[in-house]
Structure formats: structure tokens, C-alpha cells
Design a protein around this ligand. Structure first.
Ligand code: THG
Length: 292
């Protein structure tokens, strides 16, 4: 899988201060560490950045490019900041993101075409976040049609089904998973990606990793092309690179409906099986899902 590092973001506790003060040192260090960890791309998430967006994105791209040639994902809802990033990058970047809202598509798709940049199409419409796989499909179809009308090639469209937190939106997870399975039929040349760590937002900190990794294995099986991930989760990277086939095979058995006896598994295997059952909606989520 193509991995995009999530760690340069304005919400970061570690880097919040550096973002605020435009302190290049810690930001350079993080970009270097993400490259060192083997990321294929680095997400630069500056949030809505209402006032100083363009200036800030230009500065951030410049700082990161001092230490790496990796392509960058320009992550902001500020349209002018996206364009500032597009002008500053040396390597073909990814626009993160364009939703199915008409005014966003009208403003950003010509930009994607002009700069020859691929974009992430978020399945989010004027009506909000879709409720199931079919509504996600409709949103994706709108994005694909609009992109085609602007002359953007299908392989430059990365569809993001919007992963929601399992602790509050457990039933939405299945809609998201099913949609990934459908996408290869809807648009075989398009790509897919998602903010994987969203799934464990609000989950106890020491359990976020296993939740993220289990969901990655599920999405990977359905052909998810890429994900925005924590660059520093070693096991997650190993899974994405296909280096943990035994664990993946186990998750596939759960996905295929096999009723595994967790008491016959190792503690680690049993934890993964329990987590997959939560993500499939078979067990109700609670913060102590591994103990039940
Ligand atoms: N889709 C697309 N882009 C996205 C998302 C998406 N960009 C933002 C986000 N979602 C993906 N990136 C992150 C980055 C950090 C976290 C989650 C998703 C995260 N951080 C920890 C926290 O907030 O508790 C730790 C923060 C820290 O470093 O202190 O969870 O869905 N296209």
C-alpha cells in the first residue's frame, strides 16, 4: 500500500507550538523522521487556516522540501492555500481534498487540471457525510463525473470514503468497508485512500494502534490503494507492506464469517480477532472490548 504520513498536522500536541510560531526546526525533524520511516508521501495538514493559509502553506512546503524530496499531500480546506502549495512544490503533489459540494468542485477541479495534480475526492456532499455504502457510491459518482468534465484522468482521482470513529459511529464502519469493495467496480482506474487513524479517535490511547492496524488489514483486503497513517507504527507499516501474511490470513477468516474459538489462539491473535469483530459490527464497541 501507498503510505502517507499523518504526523505533520496542526492538531499535533507535539508540534502545535512549532506550527503556531513557525519554528522550522521541529517541523524539519518530523519530516525527516517520516521519510526515514519509509513513508511514500507526507501529508501537510494545516486545517482550515482561514486567515494566513496561503502564506503558511508556502512556508511549510518550503521547510519540508529542505529535508526531503518526497511528494506532499496538501491538506487544507483553504482553496488559496492549496494553490500556494501547488505553486511551491518540486514534486507532483496530491490535493487533499475535494468534496462533492458543487462550489468546492468548481473551484478546485480546474486547479487540479491546471497543475496536473491528482486529488483526493471526499465522499461528502451538501447533505453531509453519507450514511451507508450506496450513498458513498453516489457521492463518488458525482466526483468522478465532475472530474471527467474537467478533463482530469480517472487514475488521478483518489476516493476517500471518510473513516469515522468506531467508538461513536460503529455501524458507519461497515458502510465504509463495503464501499471500498464497490469502488473497484464503479471506477476501476481510480485510487482510494483514507484517514486511517480517524477510526480510533477517542479510543484509549494504548489501544489505538491495534484498532488502526486491524482496520488497515480489512481495507487492504478490499483493495484500498493507500492510507494516511501514523508513520511511526512499525507493525502497521509491516502489514501495509505485506510482511505479516499470517495475521492477515487470520483477519480474512473472521471477515469470511468463520466462528473462531479465541481461547485456542495466542493473546495477540485473540486481540486482533476481537478487534475485527468490533469493526465488523459483530460485537458492540466499548473501551474494554479486548477484555470481554
Ligand atoms: N481524510 C483525508 N485527510 C485527512 C483525514 C481524512 N487528514 C486529516 C486526518 N483525516 C488524517 N490525519 C490524522 C492526523 C492525526 C490524527 C488522526 C488523523 C491523530 N492524532 C493524534 C490525536 O489527535 O490524538 C495525536 C496527535 C498528536 O500528534 O499529538 O489522531 O480522513 N483525506
Amino acid at each position: 500500500m501507498f503510505l502517507i504520513g499523518e504526523n505533520l498536522n496542526v492538531m499535533s500536541k507535539k508540534l502545535g507550538e512549532a506550527f503556531l510560531n513557525r519554528d522550522a526546526g521541529p517541523i524539519r525533524k518530523m519530516a525527516e523522521a517520516e521519510a526515514e520511516a519509509g513513508m511514500d508521501m507526507i501529508d501537510l495538514n494545516i486545517g482550515p487556516a482561514r486567515k494566513t493559509g496561503p502564506d503558511f502553506m508556502e512556508w511549510l512546503v518550503g521547510v519540508v522540501q529542505e529535508v526531503t524530496d518526497l511528494p506532499l499531500s496538501l491538506d487544507t480546506s483553504n482553496i488559496e492555500a492549496i494553490e500556494a502549495g501547488l505553486k511551491k512544490v518540486r514534486t507532483r503533489p496530491l490535493i487533499n481534498s475535494i468534496s462533492a459540494r458543487p462550489e468546492r468542485m468548481e473551484a478546485l477541479m480546474p486547479m487540479a487540471k491546471k497543475y496536473g495534480a491528482p486529488f483526493i475526492g471526499l465522499t461528502l456532499s451538501a447533505e453531509g457525510i453519507p450514511r451507508d455504502a450506496n450513498e458513498r457510491g453516489l457521492c463518488a459518482a458525482e466526483i468522478l463525473a465532475a472530474a471527467a468534465s474537467h478533463g482530469v484522468a480517472e487514475e488521478d482521482i483518489w476516493i476517500d470514503p471518510i473513516v469515522l470513529p468506531v467508538n461513536t459511529q460503529q455501524l458507519q464502519i461497515q458502510g465504509c468497508t463495503e464501499f471500498v469493495m464497490m469502488l473497484s467496480d464503479i471506477a476501476p482506474s481510480s485510487k482510494s485512500t483514507c484517514g486511517l487513524s480517524n477510526v480510533s479517535n477517542g479510543v484509549p490511547a494504548h489501544l489505538r494502534g491495534i484498532m488502526n492496524r486491524t482496520y488497515l488489514m480489512m481495507l487492504k483486503r478490499y483493495g484500498m490503494y493507500s492510507a494516511i497513517v501514523d508513520a511511526f507504527d512499525n507493525e502497521l507499516r509491516a502489514i501495509a507492506r505485506g510482511e505479516m501474511p499470517g495475521l492477515e490470513a487470520l483477519i480474512h477468516r473472521v471477515m469470511d464469517g468463520e466462528d473462531l474459538d479465541v481461547s485456542k489462539l495466542s493473546k495477540e491473535e485473540s486481540d486482533y480477532v476481537r478487534t475485527a469483530r468490533v469493526l465488523m459490527g459483530q460485537t458492540l464497541y466499548s473501551d474494554s472490548w479486548l477484555e470481554i
